[in-house]
Design a protein. Structure first.
Length: 275
């Protein structure tokens, strides 16, 4: 069964954000500010991308959606970071209605629309466990009887970590159970079905279809940072603590996230020279 992931990388959609802007130009200026883009790239490089590269089942397609107005230096940097991942295809789109363009891209990515597929969303600052794709397929096989009777179904791996990343490395919460987070939430779509995971708000997807919940081990890392769209309104602090060396090794094994890499990428940039 084909597995398709979709990542919206600072795409200036019409709608789709909790932070609102009066015009498309204002949204583009906000999204493409150099300070914000630097943070997004650092998180993508150290958190999201390593978890996708670490997948134990590498047979999946990953579509990264960018705006056609993304400045060339940012586009080149994204291509450089992903060039070693054959699963990645970068698609540039002009500003359009958020759900409309994402649904169209997902349906275009289906190699055989008459066959069922599995879909997931991947935020550019979150991670999934290295076994996510493998277990998504495994769960669909285990629940074949249910899936034969429904056009769509949600598969929610609901245990994971809230984490912050910076020059000191990784600080994380205790394992938490958060239902229907974007990270590690998948959807089954039967053959011929044009609905996609982008037809539904992730936190309400279970209102529209059967839902399978797996809660045995941590399967996601949700990063908290200055530009989380979902944290711009009344966002509270999370109870996180620096990882111990043992926990750093566990994060590297489970998610492909290496604390040394985080510290190096987030290290303050030196400017000028001393003499």
């Amino acid at each position: 069964m084909q597995v398709i992931g979709l990542c919206r990388f600072s795409y200036p959609a019409l709608g789709g954000f909790q932070v609102e802007h009066e015009t498309v130009a204002e949204r583009i200026a906000y999204l493409y500010s150099e300070v914000r883009m630097e943070e997004r790239f650092r998180l993508f490089e150290t958190v999201a991308l390593p978890s996708l590269q670490a997948q134990t089942d590498p047979d999946f397609d990953m579509v990264i959606v960018i705006g056609d107005s993304l400045p060339r230096h940012h586009r080149d940097r994204l291509h450089d970071l992903t060039e070693a991942m054959p699963q990645v295809r970068i698609v540039a789109e002009p500003p359009r209605r958020h759900r409309e363009v994402m649904k169209e891209i997902l349906n275009t990515a289906r190699r055989n629309p008459d066959q069922p597929c599995l879909q997931f969303r991947a935020d550019d600052d979150d991670a999934v466990a290295a076994e996510f794709v493998e277990r998504l397929r495994e769960t669909a096989a285990d629940c074949a009887g249910l899936l034969e009777k429904t056009p769509t179904a949600a598969i929610d791996f609901n245990r994971g970590y809230i984490a912050e990343f910076g020059p000191e490395g990784i600080a994380a919460s205790e394992p938490a159970v958060r239902s229907y987070f974007t990270a590690a939430l998948g959807m089954y779509a039967a053959g011929g079905v044009r609905q996609t995971i982008m037809n539904f708000g992730h936190h309400r997807i279970h209102h529209h279809m059967p839902s399978i919940t797996i809660t045995d081990v941590p399967m996601w890392v949700r990063s908290h940072n200055a530009y989380n769209d979902s944290r711009q309104r009344n966002a509270g602090a999370e109870d996180v603590a620096p990882l111990t060396p043992k926990q750093e090794r566990e994060f590297a094994t489970m998610f492909g996230i290496k604390a040394a890499h985080v510290r190096a990428v987030f290290a303050p940039q030196l400017s000028g020279s001393c003499g």
